[in-house]
Design a protein around this ligand. Structure first.
Ligand SMILES: Cc1cc2nc3c(=O)[nH]c(=O)nc-3n(C[C@H](O)[C@H](O)[C@H](O)COP(=O)(O)O)c2cc1C
Length: 146
């Protein structure tokens, strides 16, 4: 990853070692760290994350919790987690988890997010090549009002 020198590297399920972080910084690579609790968000910021991605328990794919043993007990919905994380850190916060239409984007921005990240919602996109039998069950579209 370091050799490829992308603009951004993201992380889930924990933090990078200090040596890796300083090598990222030395190359001008921006670090987006996924956090699922306030404590994880604070730890990410303290470790040098440039952006915290606050991931609610609604998130599809892998959840980025740091500790597998505590993940289930610490499941927090995005709209509860987001304002707490925004208040707990100074760096910009990206909101993710269960956002699939403009209402979700608007709510996240209102709660202090600087941007949003969408996963499952894009499974409807032609580029995702999601098999047709799976598509009708995906959230979004039907209830979009904005
Ligand atoms: C099919 C799929 C693959 C994903 N792969 C990754 C990944 O490789 N790295 C990552 O950080 N997050 C990954 N995610 C999680 C998303 O980045 C995001 O946190 C999550 O999907 C947001 O919740 P949503 O699916 O409700 O929009 C994936 C999500 C999905 C649905």
């Amino acid at each position: 990853m370091l050799k490829a020198e992308p603009r951004v590297i993201s992380s889930i399920m924990g933090l990078y070692e200090p040596k890796f972080v300083s090598e990222m910084k030395g190359r001008g690579i921006i670090w987006f760290a996924t956090a699922t609790t306030i404590a994880e968000a604070k730890a990410a910021e303290a470790a040098g994350a440039d952006v915290v991605v606050a991931q609610g328990m609604e998130a599809g794919g892998h959840r980025g919790a740091f500790h597998p043993d505590e993940a289930e007990r610490q499941a927090v919905g995005l709209m509860a987690l987001l304002p707490e994380v925004v208040d707990a850190v100074v760096v910009p916060v990206v909101a993710t988890g269960g956002i699939a239409d403009a209402r979700g984007v608007a709510a996240a921005l209102l709660l202090g997010a600087s941007a949003v990240q969408i996963g499952t919602g894009f499974l409807r996109a032609p580029e995702a090549m999601t098999p047709p039998p799976m598509r009708p069950d995906l959230p979004g579209r039907k209830h979009t009002r904005l």
